[in-house]
Structures are given as structure tokens and as C-alpha cells.
Design a protein around this ligand. Structure first.
Ligand SMILES: Cc1cc2nc3c(=O)[nH]c(=O)nc-3n(C[C@H](O)[C@H](O)[C@H](O)COP(=O)(O)OP(=O)(O)OC[C@H]3O[C@@H](n4cnc5c(N)ncnc54)[C@H](O)[C@@H]3O)c2cc1C
Length: 395
């Protein structure tokens, strides 16, 4: 009987483990298949908007997430050349909390992933299989048969592809269509707070926007760590070079930047580079008993800091739709897709627009700074309300 078979979740990233937890809490049997040997090792910071907290409450992990969170008094954008503040969300204010009900936080991804994974491990109806790379799948009646790249086959009642930006599940259903690089790369670093000079704002989330480059900084783990992401445009997107060469490129790219940014650049670990990419939004990502979730469905650039938040929203909405439809996965997946495609498409498209806004130079940057500087807290919050007000869950 397919009802006895688990729902297969491909990928144990933030979206995959959140989906497994949501489904397990509603009594479903779940099996996560993760390609890597070790789970949750990607260590950098992420920001979470207030919209994701109702999802954590639904998953029963809000308290644990909050224990690991940093609450920035402001999330602001500075001009990378002059150092002047352009605009901010005033996240520490009473007004922000009254308007959005939940906080804006920064958290170590390892900690957030750990909370979700621990909660999954406590559920007797979740099985996690590492070193299990999805290769292909086939629907046979009420079953989905997954073939792993090592030749093993695994059966489930339905399949959720939560395997990230380069999703093999997406490729299986939608075909070969590469993510779209936007011409920028990122280096990410976490350093002990002792290394950070006192003149650097160590409490806020700050994005320093400059012509063709930016830096994002914020503290983690009770201000013991400092997260830095340096992002810039390059013609050599896929260049693999030694650290010295990367450093030379970085210094040349950021030569006009404010001295505070140079202090941060000197601390950057340049071993690894990420190519920044998204995909054009799509309306359809459910195919019978199979669907996609998170970056596999709607990967976005990080301008809105919402990729992980969207994956977690997807997970909770999907679990609710499956619960509502009983065992009818095809109906549940279509409803979930309808619930999610416009909101997630808007995130992708707005993030592209914001990306331009962050990287303006010359008189365009002056106009941006002047116009943004005149915005009140209420003006800024109104622009973000469609994101931070969150989603209504199906009953
Ligand atoms: C520089 C940067 C900063 C960011 N900042 C933020 C932020 O501040 N806030 C925010 O909300 N988001 C942020 N994001 C986005 C966020 O990290 C992603 O949107 C989120 O992690 C997506 O989660 P996911 O579960 O869909 O995919 P992933 O986290 O990518 O997980 C996919 C999982 O699938 C596994 N997998 C891959 N292929 C296979 C296969 N064939 N078989 C089995 N398993 C497989 C992978 O190993 C991985 O474990 C940022 C992204 C970047 C690049």
C-alpha cells in the first residue's frame, strides 16, 4: 500500500528538513535522501524576516531558534564610498515589533539547521539517509520510485525535490536549464569578534552598497562571531585562482570603498567563491505525486534575504495542503503550487530590482540616497509589508 510508504524528501537543506518536520508532525512517514555524507555543514550567517516566525511556531521550534538568534537594532544600507547611512528598517524599535509582531534576526545557518534537524531526529516517523544522491524517478500507480546515482532504488508515496539551486529533481521534470548567473560572485567569512575594530558597527546588519560591489556584515552567536559577505561584479565568474590572486582582484574592485570596508576585506577568507545566480520564475513545478520546494523551485538572489524564509514557508504550506487533501498528493501539490508561485516569483523579481538599486554609482546613487534618506520608518515598512506580513496557512 502506498499509504505505508514514506514521502521522500530529496535534500536535507533548510527547506528539506523543515518540510520533513512539518509532515512528520502531521503524522506522515517521511524519508529524507541527502546527497552529502555530512548534514548541515555549510557555515555562514543568514537573516530571517518576521514572516518566518509563524512558520517556526507551526513547526514547534520557535523557542529553540530564538535561543540562537541575534536581534539587530537596525538593518541598514550605507553608501560604500562615503560611509553615510542611506536607509534602515529600525528593527530594534517598538514600532517595528508592533507593526510586524515578530522579530528580524540574524542566525548562524548551522544553528538553524541544527534546530530543525534535531527536531526531525526526535520524530520516530522521520528517517534520514545520507550519501543518497537523487538520479531519476518514475511514478508507478500510487508509488514513486527513486533511482539514486549509485544504482539503489527507493520507493515512496510521493516526492518533494528540495535539492537546491542546481536541483536534479527539477532537471528530471523540467529539463536541462542552467541557473542564471547575474555577473556577481561572493566570498563569505566568519571571524572571531575580537578581530573586529571597535569603529565597525558590531550590532547591526549593514549592507554597504557601491558601484558594482557590496559588503554585508553582522554579528552571530551572542556577538562572539562576525559574518562578512563581499559581493562584486566580475567578468571572470568561473575563475578559480589562489588566494593571493583573489585578494588582488578584491583590492582593485573595492579601491574607492570606505576605510571600514577595507578593514573587513582584510579579514576575508578567500578560499571559496560563490557565483550568484537565480532562475526565471515559473508557474508549474508539481508533476503528479512529485513537487519542488525552496531553491529547487524558485531560487533568488539574496537582496531581500528571503531565500531560506521562502523555503521554510513552502515547507509549512505544503505540509498543510497535504494534511488538508488526505492522501491525494496530486491535488495537494497543485494547491500548494498555486499558493506559492506568485509570492515567490515576486521575491525573485524584486530581488533582481533591489540588486540594481544596491549597486548604483554616480548621480544614480545620489538620487537613490537622497530619495531613500527622506523615507520614514512607516514608508520603509509599507514597502516590506507584503513580505513580512507573511502568509495565511490553509486550515
Ligand atoms: C550569499 C548568500 C546569502 C544568503 N542570505 C540569505 C539570508 O540572509 N536569508 C535567507 O532567507 N536566505 C538567504 N540566502 C538563500 C538561502 O541560503 C537559500 O535560499 C536556502 O538555503 C535554500 O534552501 P533549500 O533547502 O531550498 O536548498 P539548500 O539549502 O541548497 O539545500 C539543498 C540540499 O539538497 C542537497 N542535494 C543537492 N543535490 C542533491 C541530489 N541530487 N540528491 C540529494 N540531495 C541533494 C544538498 O546537498 C543540500 O543539502 C542566501 C544565499 C546566498 C548565496
Amino acid at each position: 500500500m502506498s499509504q505505508d510508504l514514506p514521502i521522500l524528501v530529496i535534500g536535507a537543506g533548510l527547506g528539506g528538513v523543515a518540510a520533513a518536520l512539518g509532515l512528520a508532525k502531521s503524522g506522515r512517514k517521511v524519508r529524507i535522501l541527502e546527497a552529502t555524507e555530512e548534514l548541515g555543514v555549510i557555515g555562514y550567517g543568514i537573516q530571517l524576516g518576521p514572516n518566518v516566525f509563524p512558520m517556526f511556531r507551526q513547526l514547534g521550534v520557535e523557542k529553540e531558534v530564538l535561543q540562537h538568534a541575534h536581534f539587530p537594532p537596525d538593518v541598514m544600507m550605507n553608501d560604500a564610498i562615503t560611509g553615510a547611512r542611506i536607509v534602515g528598517l529600525n528593527t530594534g524599535s517598538k514600532g517595528f515589533r508592533e507593526r510586524f509582531k515578530d522579530p528580524y534576526v540574524a542566525i548562524h545557518r548551522v544553528d538553524l539547521h541544527g534546530v530543525l534537524l534535531d527536531a526531525c531526529r526526535k520524530m520516530p516517523n522521520v528517517e534520514i539517509t545520507a550519501s543518497a544522491e537523487f538520479g531519476a524517478c518514475e511514478e508507478q500507480g500510487e508509488r514513486v520510485i527513486v533511482r539514486l546515482t549509485d544504482g539503489r532504488t527507493i520507493e515512496g508515496s510521493a516526492l518533494i525535490g528540495a535539492d537546491g539551486l542546481g536541483s536534479a529533481v527539477r532537471k528530471h521534470f523540467i529539463g536541462e536549464e542552467k541557473p542564471k548567473p547575474n555577473g556577481f560572485v561572493a566570498h563569505r567569512t566568519i571571524v572571531p569578534m575580537e578581530q573586529v575594530a571597535s569603529h565597525v558597527g558590531c550590532d547591526e546588519v549593514i549592507l554597504w552598497g557601491g558601484p558594482g560591489f557590496h559588503i554585508v556584515q553582522y554579528p552571530l552567536r551572542n556577538r562572539s562571531l562576525f559574518n562578512i559577505v563581499a559581493v562584486f561584479r566580475t567578468e571572470n565568474l568561473y575563475e578559480r585562482a589562489d588566494e593571493e590572486t583573489y585578494r588582488r582582484v578584491l583590492m582593485e574592485t573595492y579601491k574607492t570603498a570606505h576605510p571600514t570596508m577595507h578593514h573587513m576585506l582584510r579579514m576575508m577568507d578567500l578560499k571559496r567563491r560563490w557565483v550568484i545566480a537565480d532562475r526565471d520564475p515559473i508557474r508549474t513545478w508539481s508533476f503528479g505525486r512529485c513537487t519542488l520546494l525552496g531553491d529547487a523551485a524558485h531560487p533568488t538572489t539574496q537582496s531581500d534575504a528571503q531565500g531560506a524564509c521562502m523555503a521554510i514557508e513552502d515547507a509549512v504550506v505544503l505540509a498543510a495542503r497535504i494534511q488538508e487533501a488526505g492522501g491525494d498528493f496530486t491535488t495537494a501539490f497543485k494547491r500548494y503550487e498555486k499558493d506559492r508561485y506568485l509570492r515567490t516569483a515576486r521575491i525573485v523579481l524584486e530581488s533582481r530590482h533591489l540588486w540594481e538599486f544596491y549597486h548604483l554609482g554616480g548621480i544614480e546613487a545620489e538620487v537613490r540616497n537622497d530619495a531613500s534618506g527622506k523615507q520614514t520608518d512607516d514608508d520603509v515598512w509599507r514597502c516590506l509589508a507584503w513580505i513580512y506580513d507573511g502568509v495565511k496557512l490553509p486550515r
